[in-house]
Design a protein around this ligand. Structure first.
Ligand code: ZN
Length: 158
C-alpha cells in the first residue's frame, strides 16, 4: 500500500540538524497522514512511498517548525510563576490565557525579576534532515480518522 491521506504509517527515523548531530530518533513511530500529525514538509515527501522505502528527506524551516518570531519571547514577573518554580534554561512551561487555552513555552533566561519565556518551537528556523525507512502502511480505522491520531502500538491507548 502506498502512503496517502488517511493511511497510518509506521517508520524508523533519525532527525539531524545542520550540525549533523542526531537529535531525535524512533524505530517505530506511527502517525496518521493528512491530520497534521507531522510537519507538512515531511508529510508531503512521504506521499507515494511504501514499505521498505528508504529516503533522506530535507525539510526547510518554512515547511517544518516555522521561522522564529521574536514577538513570541515574553517576560513574565517571577511573582507570577508558581512558588516552587526553579529557573532552568530550556525546560518547558505550560501557559494558560484568560480563556483557559494552554500553550507551551520554554524558559530562555532571567532578566532582573522577570523570567524570559520563549513561545517559539525549539526547532523553529532549523532545516530538518530526516533519514527514514518506511515500515507498515495501512488504512486508518474509522475511529482513528474521527480522533485524528493513531491507536494501538506506537499510537494512543485510550
Ligand atoms: Zn483516539
Amino acid at each position: 500500500m502506498k502512503i496517502a491521506n488517511n493511511t497510518v504509517v509506521t517508520m524508523d527515523y533519525e532527525l539531524r540538524l545542520a550540525d549533523d548531530d542526531v537529535i531525535d530518533s524512533d524505530a517505530a513511530f506511527s502517525f496518521l497522514i493528512g491530520h497534521d500529525n507531522i510537519v507538512p514538509g515531511l508529510e508531503a515527501q512521504l506521499l507515494g512511498l511504501s514499505q521498505g522505502d528508504k529516503r533522506d528527506i530535507s525539510v526547510e524551516a518554512a515547511q517544518g517548525y516555522g521561522a522564529r518570531d521574536e514577538d513570541l519571547v515574553v517576560l513574565v514577573p517571577r511573582s507570577e510563576m508558581p512558588d516552587d518554580f526553579v529557573v532552568e534554561i530550556g525546560i518547558p512551561v505550560e501557559l494558560e490565557d484568560e480563556d483557559g487555552e494552554t500553550s507551551m513555552a520554554f524558559v530562555a533566561g532571567v532578566e532582573d525579576d522577570h523570567v524570559v519565556l520563549d513561545r517559539n518551537h525549539p526547532l523553529a528556523d532549523e532545516t530538518l534532515n530526516f533519514r527514514i525507512t518506511i515500515g507498515e502502511v495501512r488504512a486508518a480505522t474509522a475511529e482513528e480518522l474521527t480522533h485524528g491520531h493513531v491507536h494501538g502500538p506506537g499510537g494512543h491507548h485510550h
